[in-house]
Each structure stands twice: as C-alpha cells, then as structure tokens.
Design a protein around this ligand. Structure first.
Ligand code: ADE
Length: 230
C-alpha cells in the first residue's frame, strides 16, 4: 500500500495520530480536515469523520478521492459478543448495517434491497495484519467478527442479545458498515478495528468517556503496529 487512509469518528480516536504523524499537508472538504503525512515512513492520510453513517460515508469517499489505496478505521464500540469485556478488541471480518430494515417487504434484516451484497467483507491481508498486531500487543484479548453499524447508540441488553443471535454480531458502532460499503463500491480494501468502550447494555453513560480514552489508545496502538508491518 502506497497511501494509507486512517479514519476515526471522534476526537479521542484520532488524537494520537495528530501527535505521531509527521505532517506534510492538509485540506478541508465537506467540513472535514484531512491530514497528510508519514507514520513510520509510510504515507498516510487521516481524518475525523464525525459520528454516524452519513458522516462516515462522505468522509470515506473523500478519503478515497484523495488517493488512498486502503482504509483503516480506529475507534471504540459496544460489545455484542458475550465473552468480550471493556478494553477487548474486535477486528472486522465483515460489516453490516443493523438498522437497514426493509423486513416488511420480505427482505432480511440488514439487507439493502435489490443489492446482492449487504455484508461487506474486510480485506483478508489487513485482517491478518490487525490480528498479528493484536496478538503481540494484547494477547488473548481480541476476536475477529462481524461489526454491526447503525445510527443508534445501543444501550439495551435484549437488543444486544438479538444482535448476537440473529445477526451474529461481535460488536456494535455507528460507522463501520458505512465505510465498508463505500470501500466496496470503490474496490478499496478496508479493515475496522474497534476496542470495546462498553457492553451496549445501558451502563455506558457511567464511564463511557473514561473507557473511550483507554479504548482509543488500544485501537491506536494496533494501527501503529500494523503500519510498521505494512
Ligand atoms: N460506540 C461505543 N459504544 C457504542 C454503543 N453501545 N452503541 C453504538 N456505538 C457505540
């Protein structure tokens, strides 16, 4: 990869990139700042998309238009897989929009009507790189799995159980499947790396801010480790 795109949704998620990337330039489009530079000698472009699928879609397309040849997402998520604890990591094998719901017309939950693919596959080489990074930095604390995205902060145990049983999700967040869809539409490889900030069960407000900082650090360290081996 010659030009690596890195995206986060919130300031905590890209703060460490601001500190560690040697900047060579920047530009603003659609109100989003794209910072160009080098990280461990590799060309990178990073940006903060803002929260939610629309922000992530616009941001991903503009990142691709800026010439990146892969996209890495770093951030936090709510755990769906019951074995996951706060601070554990999910590397996306695929991403699906859990809030895409045209079930009244007979489509499956998550299915985008009239489209053959609605579960978007991450690039196998990037998944492997991310797994290696996870195993060396946080042994035994990561899984690969399906990332469920929607414009909702999930805070309900019953909903989480459904997301796990019906959709086979590992974690839930608000951008991954949007980024994934845009990458697939452009034939650009991607992987989403999410560290768990909460269990999506309604207790997040208690310590979301604190866990988000720690989880963002974990997620950043994985990206940093990956780039050294890309
Ligand atoms: N990001 C972090 N935790 C989340 C949750 N519970 N739901 C949606 N996005 C999240």
């Amino acid at each position: 990869y010659n030009r690596i795109g890195i995206m986060g949704a919130m300031v905590e998620e890209i703060d460490l990139l601001h500190k560690h990337v040697e900047k060579t330039g920047s530009f603003v489009k659609a109100g989003i700042e794209y910072v160009e530079g080098t990280l461990h000698g590799r060309n990178v472009v990073f940006c903060k998309s803002g929260v939610g699928k629309v922000n992530a879609a616009v941001c991903t397309q503009l990142l691709i238009d800026a010439g990146v040849d892969c996209v890495l997402f770093t951030g936090v998520a709510g755990a769906v897989e019951p074995s996951l604890n706060v601070g554990d990591i999910v590397v996306s094998t695929s991403c699906l929009q859990h809030d895409m719901d045209v079930t009244p017309l007979g489509f499956a939950r998550g299915q985008i009507p009239f489209q053959e693919v609605w579960e978007f596959q991450a690039a196998a080489d990037l998944v492997e790189l991310a797994n290696h990074a996870c195993e060396s930095l946080f042994p035994g604390r990561s899984v690969t799995g399906k990332v469920l995205s929607g414009d909702q902060f999930v805070a309900d145990r019953a909903e989480v159980q459904k997301m796990h049983e019906e959709l086979g999700g590992a974690c839930t967040e608000m951008e991954g499947a949007s980024l994934a869809q845009v990458c697939v539409m452009n034939n650009i490889p991607f992987v989403v790396i999410r560290s768990m900030s909460d269990k999506a069960d309604g207790s997040a407000h208690v310590n979301f801010a604190e866990f988000t900082v720690q989880a963002s650090v974990n997620s950043h360290r994985i990206i940093d480790e990956m780039i050294q081996h890309m």
